[in-house]
Write a protein that binds this ligand. Structure first.
Ligand SMILES: *Cc1c(COP(=O)(O)O)cnc(C)c1O
Length: 397
């Protein structure tokens, strides 16, 4: 393959080279168990606590409010199940949105099987929920509100501060899945009235398999895994020292370079979007056009008459990595529930592709991707029986 262009930075990012260098000694020389009482253990513990401070500082929290986990999925599961189970005597109602990541949606579905009631708030065509919607859904049985900070498919940034204020006014716990937000947009758990927040290192150029649940001091939830007394007796299992060290450096660097990176990423994304809309007909730009409320990295399109999967595979052959919203389940392609929630018609939802730019992408890669995309869309439409109906009209350039 001549080219390798990575435009799937919302799925994961590579581990930053500097971050990797910081991690390496913790695989080899400094291999002690952070819970051990000898100097091997103490060395690891010092590094873990430094990472804890770095993570806390990046989101305006205290180090005692940071709990290391195995990633965003575990943090979401723990926050939601842990709160629901701890507060069951108080109420059984949870408010979330229709466009959460599966780590939140499936967790809520599981709780419904246990008898909890869940409200999945609908979103606008642009992908937003409002604080007013959240407030109107509150009942005297509501124990938890969980709304994502930024959406992974369409990049919408939700009004977290306003929702946090509503939660605070009603004395209801507020959790946010901030996996897509941390490192990309400013996050401040105090200003935003956040009680619990999930994040994951591999979304901001840290390693995979390590995340954090921030839990405000005083918030009581059940522990998630039983076993040892790690993480102040709240999360059992030997800490992943190299991963945690990497997460600390990665978040520090992501926050430090946020403005610079976002300026670069947004310039590529904005150019890409402008060119796609100008040069391909019958294409819908999903999500909001308000760039102040959209992740700089995200561009999501639906191409009429053709399948997202076919576009993805053709771009893959051309050495360009993107993502389609469809989930392949039991051989049939389900269109993205996020796009359907935005009101994207089902045929269009089938023809969707997410391009997510990262700090190391270049303008040359963007140009190359545009060129290949024009070719791929034109070729697939040529073959599409749906498109043939429109033969004679110029449907693409
Ligand atoms: C990636 C992602 C997750 C899952 O994080 P993992 O660390 O991969 O488990 C959860 N929520 C959102 C919004 C994500 O983008």
């Amino acid at each position: 393959m001549e080219r390798r262009i990575y435009l799937d930075n919302s799925a994961t990012t590579h581990t930053d080279a500097e971050v990797l260098q910081k991690m390496l000694p913790y695989f080899s020389e400094v291999y002690g168990n952070g819970s051990s009482q000898h100097f091997f253990g103490r060395e690891a513990l010092v590094a873990i606590d430094e990472a804890r401070e770095r993570v806390a500082k990046a989101i305006g929290a205290k180090p005692t409010e940071i709990y290391f986990t195995s990633g965003g999925t575990e943090s979401d599961n723990w926050a939601i199940k842990g709160a629901a189970h701890a507060l069951r005597a108080k109420g059984d109602h949870i408010i979330t949105t229709a466009i959460e990541h599966p780590a939140v949606i499936q967790t809520c579905k599981k709780l419904e099987k246990e008898g909890f009631k869940v409200t999945y708030l609908p979103v606008t065509e642009e992908g937003f929920v409002t604080a007013k919607q959240v407030e109107e859904a509150i009942t005297d049985k509501t124990i938890l509100i969980s709304v994502m900070s930024a959406n992974n498919e369409v990049g919408t940034i939700e009004p977290i501060r306003e929702i946090g204020e509503v939660a605070k006014a009603h004395k209801i716990l507020f959790h946010t899945d901030a996996v897509q937000a941390v490192g990309n947009v400013p996050v401040d758990v105090v200003k935003d009235n956040i009680d619990m927040l999930s994040m994951s290192a591999h979304k901001f150029y840290g390693p995979k398999g390590v995340g954090v649940l921030y839990k405000r001091n005083g918030v009581r939830i059940e522990r998630f895994m039983d076993g040892g007394e790690q993480e102040r007796n709240m999360r059992a299992s030997t800490l992943n020292t190299p991963g945690i060290v990497g997460m600390g450096y990665a978040i520090e660097k992501a926050v430090r370079d946020m403005e610079k990176n976002n300026a670069h990423i947004a310039s590529l994304r904005d150019y890409f979007v402008k060119e796609v809309l100008a040069n391909i007909s019958d294409v819908r730009y999903n999500g909001t056009t308000d760039t102040s409320r959209r992740l700089a990295s995200n561009a999501n399109f639906s191409f009429e008459y053709i399948e997202g999967e076919s576009i993805l595979m053709s771009l893959d052959l051309a050495g360009i990595a993107v993502s389609s919203g469809s989930a392949c389940s039991s051989g049939s392609l389900e269109p993205s529930y996020v796009l359907l929630s935005l009101g994207v018609p089902i045929e269009l939802a089938h023809g969707s592709i997410r391009f997510s730019f990262g700090k190391d992408n270049t303008m040359e890669e963007t140009e190359y991707t545009l060129k290949k995309l024009y070719e791929v869309v034109a070729r697939l439409r040529e073959m599409s029986p749906l498109f043939k109906k429109f033969e004679g009209e110029q449907k693409y350039v």
